[in-house]
Design a protein. Sequence first.
Length: 508
Amino acid sequence: MQFADKFIHSFFSTYSQTTVSENDKEFICELSATNFSSTEVASIQTAYNFLEPNDQLTFTIKFGEADPKSFYSTSSNFTDFKTELDKEYLHQEGEPITATFKITKGNISNNISIYDLEIFTATLESLSVAEAYAVFNRVLSNTPFVNFKVLNLDKPFNTANIFFTQIGATTPTQTFADRHKRLDSILSASNYTNIEEHNLTPDDFQLQIENAKHSKLCLLFNHYAVVLSVVYLFDITSLKANELEFKINGYKSIKGKVDVKALPIDGTKEYFNIYNWVYCGGNLNDKIGLARNIISLHFENSGELELKGHPFQSIQSSYKVYEKQNIKQYIEIRNKISDQLLDFNNRANKVIETFASGFQKSSLALITFYFSAIAIKVLGNGDFVNVFTLDTAVLSIVFLFGSFLYYLVAKWEVKEQRKRFVDSYTNLKERYTDLLEKEDIQRILNNDKEFNADVAFIDGKLKIYSNLWKWFLAILLGGTLFLFLTYNLAQLFDTFLWKTLFEKGSNC
């Protein structure tokens, strides 16, 4: 407690610490003294330079059985505090003196102060593993990382999400960005009954940069990482205080209870390497199944967690063999997807070919009809005059209208086929998610490049043929009406239909 030694000596010439502890929420020290020093206020204020801006100090002194006197940093009134102490000491001189020095910490922008890292370490060591996890679960519950600003730290050190830096240093920004994704994977692969109270990952404790001066804390953190690695590699685990109950189903099914506080790191340090390999990517179910099989064969003693040999190397070698055995199946699946892509390309061509064929058939039928009508007229009269009589014009318009209806039906059919084409492609991708990773499927499908090209092909051809079809009908209709009106306008007024519709209306 050197950081506040001068301040406390401003009140007591000698003192001793009864209890002292520090965690993420507070630093608290119980003191005892035999004499009280009436120091000048200026000297007290000079020694009062250790408190961080976001924290609050409560310093309480009690003489014998008298009422305690307290100083609060929120008021910073040392004059009144000293006056009260001087008066009380006149009546209680010779009585035992006790004091409580308490700093309540603030958490601003994920920054928390640590005043004595050795005391912080000793406090963690006094906790059970379950209690320690609860502390850091509280710290990381609503934030991706925490930065402990340590008073008088020689050099910084950190895990993926927990940083220890000097006062005034820049707040870290590089953290384990996939922490929540990793926790989701953990939940899907293991059954840890304390996951709600200990929603943590081994990466939260595995040190990336260490500090030799604070080796105790580094070892403690690495120990926490190993225990969590065991928890997330085994099938079923439960932690109460320091007792871990576990069950692993591999080539052998093994269960037991161990005191993780006394777990030797040397015999279990490979657990983190195995955990990191299992959860770092690839097929999680295959990896964790293989890891459990190999781990179950490498226990030093059944029911204990110490490992013999090099299980991590065995797991990697076994996985290479597994990959070689399954590479043939992978290539077959990949080729099958490629074949289906070709089939989709053929389907896209057929969808638009059907529409184009309809246009061609309709056009040919209309052209045949018009040539027939013209040929009959020319051969009958011997000239090319008044080819489109009223009957021929009406019949031509009926044929054109029928062709337009056929166009609408054919276009509707293409749109339905396009929709079915898109749905089939989506179902194709979903069908293979049980066998391949989504990213791998996207890579095989070239990020849907061919599919998007097929859809664009259908849309483009549909637009071109639709415009051709409509322009073709419009030109024939325009030509028919022009030729008919040129030679038969008077005849139109003399028809029975015209007279029935319009002359009766005018007589009324």
